[in-house]
Design a protein around this ligand. Sequence first.
Ligand code: SF4
Length: 464
Amino acid sequence: MKKYHIWTIGCQMNVADSTHVGAELEKLGYEPTNHIDDAEVVVLNTCVVRQSAENKALGKLGSLKPWRLQDPNRTLALMGCMVGVRPSPKLLSAYPWVDVFMAPSESRPLVDHIRNRMIAEELRAIAAQQLARRHQLLDEAYPLASLKHLSLSGETPVAAYVPVVYGCSHACTYCIIPFRRGVERSRPLQEIVAETRGLVAQGVREITLLGQIVDRYGYDFPDRRPNLVDLLEAVHEIDGLWRIRFLTSHPSYMTDELLEAVARLPRLMPHIEVPIQAGDDQVLARMKRGYTAEDYRRLIARIRAIIPQAAIHTDIIVGFPGETEEQFQRTYDILEELRLEKAHLARYSPRPGTVSARRMADDVPDEEKRRRHQLLEAQHERISAELNRRWLHQTVEVLVEDRHKGKWRGRTPQNRLVFFEDERNLRGQLVPVTITWTGPWSMQGVAADRLIETRDIPTGLIVH
Ligand code: SF4
């Protein structure tokens, strides 16, 4: 059963109000708990009659920030004299992690908030059921095994994408995906394995498993199994498949189990795509990303401890509503500190229908967004060039994908682009290439005479 916790300070009136809020929550199917970590709803019923009571309430409010940001399904309500008859704009902007502000004795906003959430959940469940039924009918009409070339057209590519989770239920405030692609739905493991086998039979050597939040694969299954690790292990068994990647991961769901799987399974490439989006906690909270900059820092340290050779890619949005110069600087600083291999940069633009478009002013001027974007671009180019320089004179394993402007083009396990000249037909081959030139976005080298046999693959990621 879902639980609630109410923290009360002040007069008897507040105690009575809290009892009333508790009764309302129980009508909605919640039961009380003394432990905040067990609760899905926390209400702070505040008093500002004395400075000490106000300080305690402020302390409590601050201490609940990580609790609230950890899980988007949680609700934090602030009630009582600190809110007053109507919350002031100052209060609203000072505590973006609070979901509901309620005047003393006024439980209605919380009840409405929870009811709306319940209705949305039910609608999502109905839509998911209808969609599952439609998938089932389509599967019966067109069995997967009978499909030729699957998602591919024309020449079979060496590297292909396989969607494993459709939609997204996270609802970051700027993002249109949940409106357009619907709620999160994981594909059955056997179906993905069958599709991958089909691709490999057609000559595909590398697959990238796709999801808006790929590390939530299986969260919508009973007991959350199979999960992404189970799926990766199953796909890893497919003969003829040499490389596996997965993206995009969300920082809140990257478990050690998943990272250890990348370190343990040789066909899983040391390449992690995990967006931070911004380096400032207030911006992250307004984006409703569900983590802080410090959480992200810790995650990068964990990835590097478990997979030392990992290339980490990230996404950034500059100019999110209300982003000050100081807040942008925090994004710049964290990228400088973490030195990630790749950053996909975007300037914020409101998508009609999203929470940020409806409720937040797009108040960073275009010119300023462009300036911030350029600063990050220059930083990224510099860091990327420095990181690539480490590969100079090393021999790396390249999976050759195609020819481009008279040269072979392929990628290293870390997804770095490599070009080289060679008279042989090397498409779809694993080639040891000694790097002779590096730039920020690609590298060039000389191919070895001897190619890598498929049986060598599990032995290593870099060939010396
Ligand atoms: S940004 Fe990603 S995680 Fe957030 S709502 Fe969009 S698709 Fe989902």
